[in-house]
Ligand binder design. Structure first.
Ligand SMILES: [Fe+2]
Length: 412
C-alpha cells in the first residue's frame, strides 16, 4: 500500500507539472469538442478517484462539491447526468485555484484511506481501483499534451508549450522490411501486471506470414506523397476518406503549414519548426495513413501482426522530447514505442470472450467498440511506464490531433 501511495502521489504530481507552463487562460479554453480544457482534465481525473473510490469506500462520504459529480463526469451513464462535452470550455467556474484545492482535498482523503484499516477484500478492491485511477490519469496526461497542442495551434502567435528547440534528426536509415513467420499466435495481455479490460482475454489468432517496415514513415517520404498529388488522387483513398479529404480541402497533416517562401513548417509543442524530413510524419488520420500506404504499394498492419512483431522482434521503448524523434541509422525494428501511435487496419472490437466490468466502470472501454480503429505502440506524449505490446488505443478514422503515425506492412 505504501508503494501504491507513492505511485499515486507521483502520477498526481506529474499531472500538475504538465499544467505548469500554461496560464490560467490557456487552461480554461477548449479548441474543439474532441479536446478538453486542461482545467477540466485536472478536475475530471480527480473526480474519477472521488466517484469510484471515495464515494464507495470512505466512511461518512460527502462530496467536495455536489455539482462536480455532473460537471466532471466524462461519459459514465451509470453515474448519472453529465455536463455536455462541447461546452467544457464554458466552465470559467470553478477557477483553477478551486480545481487545485479539489485535487489536494481528494489526494488527502485517498492517502487517509490507504493508510487506514481495511479487511483483505476491501484492501484488494482499493488497490485495484487506485491502480485503474492512476492508469486513467496517465491516459489523460497524454490527452492534456495533445489537447493543449491543438489549442496553441489556433493562434498565429504559435506559442511553444516547451521552449526547448528540437535538434535536427540524424538521417533515417532506408526503410527495410522485417519478415515474420506468423502462425498460431497468442494475442492479448499475458496476465502479469496491469492491463485494461479491452486487452483481455489473451487468445489464439492465426497470423499469416507478413513483413513489417523497420521504422515509421518519415516527413520526407510523406512529402513525396503530397508532391505526387496524393491528396488529389481519388484512386488512393477509401470512399469515406476521399469525402473527408475533399470536404475539408485538406492538403497536408494537421500541423503542417508553409511559410512566406513556401517552405514547409510544422507546429510542435516546441513551437514552429522547419519540417524535419528525417522525423516521422505525425498527426495523420487513418484515412491519410491508408492512402499513403496504398500509394507506397503497401498496407497498414493488422493489430495482431503489430503485436506479434512487438513480441518477437526487438522493440525498445524510446523516450525523449515532446515530438517524435528520427529513427537514425540503427538496424532492427525501431520506433515501435515512444514516438507515434501506429494506425492498424483493425476495427476496435471485443476480443472473443471479452467481458466488461460490472457497473459504471464497465463503461470504461467496452461501449466504444464501434466505428473506431485500433492504434498500437505509444507516442512521445505517453507517460513513462504506460506502454506495452498488448495496449489497444482507439480513435475514429478521421482523428488526427493525437501523435499518430504510419508503419507499413506487406505480404511476404
Ligand atoms: Fe477519463
Amino acid at each position: 500500500m505504501e508503494t501504491l501511495q507513492a505511485r499515486y502521489a507521483t502520477v498526481r504530481k506529474h499531472t500538475l507539472a504538465l499544467a505548469e507552463p500554461l496560464s490560467d487562460e490557456d487552461c480554461g479554453a477548449q479548441s474543439m469538442p474532441d479536446a478538453s480544457p486542461i482545467k477540466w482534465h485536472l478536475a475530471h481525473t480527480t473526480w474519477f478517484f472521488e466517484t469510484f473510490i471515495l464515494e464507495r469506500m470512505e466512511r461518512g462520504f460527502a462530496p467536495f462539491h455536489p455539482a462536480f459529480r455532473i460537471l466532471f463526469n466524462s461519459y459514465y451513464n451509470g453515474i448519472g447526468e453529465k455536463h455536455p462535452r462541447p461546452q467544457r470550455g464554458l466552465l470559467t467556474r470553478p477557477s483553477m485555484a478551486e480545481v487545485r484545492a479539489y485535487r489536494a482535498n481528494v489526494d488527502g482523503r485517498i492517502a487517509r484511506l490507504l493508510a487506514g484499516e481495511l479487511d483483505a477484500a476491501r484492501r484488494a478492491e482499493l488497490a485495484m481501483l487506485i491502480t485503474l485511477g492512476v492508469q486513467h490519469e496517465q491516459q489523460h496526461q497524454e490527452l492534456m499534451l495533445t489537447d493543449v497542442k491543438h489549442l496553441l495551434a489556433q493562434s498565429l502567435l504559435r506559442p511553444a508549450y516547451m521552449a526547448i528547440p528540437l535538434p535536427a534528426a540524424a538521417v533515417a536509415a532506408p526503410l527495410a522490411w522485417q519478415s515474420f513467420d506468423g502462425g498460431l499466435a497468442e494475442i492479448g495481455h499475458r496476465g502479469d501486471g496491469f492491463s485494461f479490460d479491452n486487452e483481455l482475454p489473451r487468445h489464439k489468432q492465426y497470423v499469416a506470414p507478413f513483413a513489417l517496415a523497420s521504422r515509421l514513415v518519415t516527413n520526407g517520404e510523406y512529402l513525396a506523397f503530397i508532391n505526387a498529388g496524393g491528396y488529389f488522387n481519388a484512386a488512393l483513398w477509401l470512399a469515406e476518406g476521399w469525402d473527408w479529404v475533399r470536404t475539408q480541402n485538406l492538403k497536408a497533416p494537421i500541423y503542417w503549414f508553409q511559410d512566406e517562401q513556401g517552405a514547409w513548417q510544422e507546429f510542435t509543442l516546441h513551437g514552429p519548426q522547419p519540417l524535419d524530413l528525417q522525423r516521422p510524419v505525425t498527426h495523420v488520420s487513418l484515412f491519410e495513413a491508408d492512402a499513403y500506404a496504398h500509394w507506397a504499394g503497401a498496407r497498414l498492419p493488422t493489430e495482431a501482426e503489430w503485436e506479434y512483431a512487438a513480441a518477437h522482434g526487438q522493440a525498445p521503448i524510446e523516450t525523449g522530447s515532446l515530438h517524435p524523434a528520427g529513427a537514425g541509422g540503427a538496424a532492427g525494428l525501431r520506433q515501435m514505442f515512444g514516438h507515434c501511435w501506429q494506425w492498424t487496419s483493425s476495427s476496435y472490437a471485443p476480443y472473443p470472450g471479452f467481458a466488461a466490468a460490472e457497473g459504471a466502470l464497465g463503461e470504461y472501454n467496452g461501449k466504444f467498440m464501434l466505428n473506431q480503429y485500433v492504434l498500437r505502440g505509444s507516442s512521445c506524449a505517453t507517460p513513462e511506464g504506460h506502454a506495452r505490446a498488448s495496449y489497444r488505443n482507439f480513435f475514429p478514422a478521421g482523428a488526427r490531433w493525437q501523435f499518430t503515425g504510419i508503419r507499413l506492412a506487406r505480404q511476404v
